[in-house]
Design a protein around this ligand. Structure first.
Ligand SMILES: [Zn+2]
Length: 301
């Protein structure tokens, strides 16, 4: 059976980053251009307008508005159209508050390209918010190149947005897959095990270590499948599949509330719309997650 991955949620951004068009002169021109548009965020949520698409307003509509630092971020060019993003302090000036959608809860309803654009904007604003001071000297830093980086006022070090790699893995054995649930997750919800890649590790080594730490299972044959940008706040989820040496689970209760092996038939039932929810063996991860995509991929193997 062949597998055609659906475009990965939060990936597929179509806006040209426009790296060489980020001087103050370029940005001034773009902000005044009649076809320029700004998407709107509020507390990490994104403003939705007509037809369920991202609400877009001209940058001049933001003049006099209270915006969170660093003001409008230049996302790049959509053809000839400059696209900015702004984080609002008073969102109701532009849209009813209920039009601002939490990407984690409501992202699956968005157009895939809008979801990618909104996720990137959210990650950038989250990064600016938590990097106002220089990690080298502690001095204040300012946004530069339309929000593509920050520059320290004192030691002039450049700081660039960070992406944190995470290994997320499907552990398999005898046509079964191992899933777990973290503390405080909704009842019945199960997903792939995952953990941050540590300094000095490959993603394969991180996969081996995480599975051993969380459930006491040794694994081999670690292989990469696909990845996903995850803007909460800025992870690169690297999907891995590996084979378990045995099925004995020793649960690390500091990390997980539960972990279980599920058969192929059980996973199929979870994705089968004709199976009533209360008859499903577990609640599947949301469609916007790479874990959901990995389970679907596993079913085709
Ligand atoms: Zn500095």
């Amino acid at each position: 059976m062949t597998y055609t991955p659906s475009p990965m949620p939060f990936a597929g951004n179509t806006i040209d980053y426009a790296e060489v068009q980020r001087t103050p002169q370029h940005l001034q021109t773009f902000l005044g251009q009649s076809n320029a548009r700004t998407i709107l965020l509020f507390e990490g949520k994104v403003g939705i307008g007509k037809g369920g698409r991202l609400h877009r307003t001209h940058p001049s509509d933001l003049i006099g508005q209270n915006l969170f630092e660093p003001g409008p971020i230049f996302l790049g060019m959509e053809g000839e159209r400059p696209i900015f993003a702004a984080s609002l302090q008073k969102p109701e000036t532009f849209l009813p508050i209920e039009n601002f959608v939490d990407l984690r809860l409501g992202g699956g309803q968005l157009d895939p390209v809008d979801l990618a654009t909104a996720g990137r904007a959210k990650s950038l604003f989250d990064w600016h918010k938590t990097h106002r001071f220089c990690a080298n000297c502690g001095g204040g830093s300012i946004s530069d190149e339309g929000g593509a980086k920050r520059r320290c006022n004192h030691c002039e070090t450049d700081h660039f947005p960070r992406v944190n790699p995470v290994a997320i893995m499907l552990v398999q054995k005898d046509d079964m897959v191992l899933l777990g649930r973290g503390p405080g997750w909704p009842e019945g919800f199960m997903s792939c095990l995952a953990g941050f890649v540590s300094p000095g590790e490959t993603v394969e080594e991180a996969t081996y270590r995480e599975v051993l730490e969380e459930v006491g299972v040794k694994t081999h044959n670690h292989r990469y499948v696909f990845s996903q940008p995850w803007p909460f706040p800025s992870q690169l989820m690297m999907g891995m599949i590996c084979d378990a040496a045995n099925t004995k689970i020793t649960l690390n209760v500091k990390e997980l509330e539960d972990a279980q092996w599920f058969t192929r038939a059980q996973v199929e039932a979870v994705f089968d719309k004709s199976v009533p929810n209360d008859a499903k063996p577990f609640m599947r991860p949301p469609r916007t997650t790479i874990a959901h995509q990995m389970l679907r991929y596993w079913l085709t193997q």
